[in-house]
Design a binder for this molecule. Structure first.
Ligand SMILES: *Cc1c(COP(=O)(O)O)cnc(C)c1O
Length: 300
C-alpha cells in the first residue's frame, strides 16, 4: 500500500464565481492529498488511538462502520502500518458483492463481521468475538472521542500563520471540528457544516469533547446543507461538484466535502462571511467514496 504522505499537503488559493456572478476567494487545506484512499482527516483522528493501543499492548484494533465508510478503510490501513490486526464490525447484512471500500479493507488485512442494523445500533458484538474482546482496542464509529479530537487538533499545526480568521470544515461526528476549535487561536472562528439531517445533538457532542466552555461566536454548526441526509445527494450537488472542479481543479466527495464547499459558496452569497475575513476551508478527503456513484456522474 502507498504510504501516507504528509509532505504532499498544500494550501491552495481558489477563486469561484457562481451562476449569479457572486465570487469568493479562499484557501483550501488539501488533506485529501495525503493518500488516494485514506481520508485526510481520518488519519489525523486515528493517530493517538493507535499510539494508545500500542502502549496498552493490544494486538487488534476493532471498530465500526458502514459499507462505504472512510473510517473503516482508514483504520484498516493505519492498523496495518502499525503492524496491528484489525476487525471491522459492519452495519447491515453482507451483500452478494463487497463494496470496493470493504474489498480494500479486507485486502489490508481487516477481518469483517456483518451485523444487523438493529444489533449495530445496540452495539452488540458478534458472539464469535466475545473471547478475543479483551485483546482488542476499540475505537468508536467514525473515530469519535478524546483521542480523535487530540489527533484532529494537530491539523492546526499544518497552518503556520494565524492569518486565517475563519476555518470551515465538514461535520460528521464532530470530532475534527472539536479538534480545530480546541487548537485554533482565540481570534479564529470555526464554522462546521453538518452532513447529517437534523443532527441536533451534534453541538452537545462537540461540547462533551471540548470540556471547557468556549466563547460565544467561537464556533457554529450549520445545519442547512445535508442534501436529504448522510450520504444522500441530488443532481444539484453533483453538478456543483463538477463545476467546482472545473473552476478550481479540486475534486470533492459527495458525502462530506461536496456539501461543505456548496455550503461555503451559498453562505457567501447570503452574506455569512464578511469581506475582511481570511477563509481557510479544510478539504478532509473522502474521495474514495465517490466510487459508489454511477460511472460518468463526475468529470474527475
Ligand atoms: C469522517 C469525515 C469527516 C467528518 O469528520 P468528523 O470528525 O466525524 O466530524 C469529514 N470529511 C471526511 C472526508 C470524512 O471522511
Amino acid at each position: 500500500m502507498q504510504a501516507i504522505d504528509l509532505q504532499s499537503i498544500t494550501i491552495d488559493k481558489v477563486h469561484y464565481t457562481d451562476a449569479d456572478m457572486n465570487d469568493i476567494s479562499f484557501s483550501v487545506l488539501r488533506l485529501d492529498k495525503i493518500h488516494p484512499i485514506i481520508s485526510g482527516n481520518k488519519w489525523f483522528k486515528l493517530r493517538f488511538y493507535l499510539e494508545e493501543a500500542i502502549v496498552q499492548n493490544k494486538q487488534t484494533i476493532l471498530t465500526f462502520g458502514g459499507a462505504y465508510s472512510n473510517h473503516i478503510i482508514a483504520t484498516a490501513a493505519a492498523a496495518k502500518q502499525h503492524a496491528l490486526k484489525s476487525i471491522g464490525i459492519i452495519r447491515g447484512e453482507e451483500g452478494k458483492k463487497l463494496s470496493l471500500t470493504l474489498e480494500e479493507a479486507k485486502e489490508l488485512g481487516m477481518q469483517l463481521y456483518f451485523i444487523s442494523r438493529e444489533d449495530y445500533s445496540n452495539k452488540k458484538m458478534p458472539d464469535e468475538l466475545k473471547e478475543i474482546k479483551d485483546q482488542c482496542y476499540i475505537i468508536d464509529e467514525g473515530g469519535y472521542g478524546k483521542n480523535g479530537m487530540k489527533g484532529a487538533s494537530t491539523i492546526i499545526n499544518l497552518i503556520s500563520s494565524e492569518k486565517y480568521t475563519h476555518i470551515c470544515c465538514a461535520v460528521g461526528t464532530g470530532t475534527m471540528t472539536a479538534g480545530l476549535i480546541a487548537n485554533s487561536s482565540s481570534q479564529q472562528k470555526i464554522t462546521g457544516v453538518s452532513v447529517l439531517k437534523n443532527n441536533r445533538s451534534i453541538e452537545s457532542e462537540i461540547n462533551l469533547l471540548l470540556e471547557v466552555e468556549m466563547e460565544e461566536n467561537k464556533w457554529t454548526i450549520i445545519h442547512d446543507y445535508p442534501f436529504g441526509g448522510y450520504a444522500k445527494y441530488n443532481p444539484q450537488l453533483l453538478d456543483f461538484m463538477n463545476e467546482f472542479y472545473r473552476q478550481t481543479n479540486i475534486p470533492t466527495d459527495f458525502v462530506y466535502t461536496g456539501k461543505l464547499f456548496f455550503a461555503i459558496i451559498d453562505l457567501n452569497k447570503k452574506g455569512y462571511f464578511n469581506k475582511q475575513e481570511e477563509l481557510l476551508v479544510i478539504h478532509s478527503g473522502g474521495l474514495q467514496g465517490n466510487r459508489s456513484l454511477a460511472k460518468g456522474s463526475l468529470i474527475f
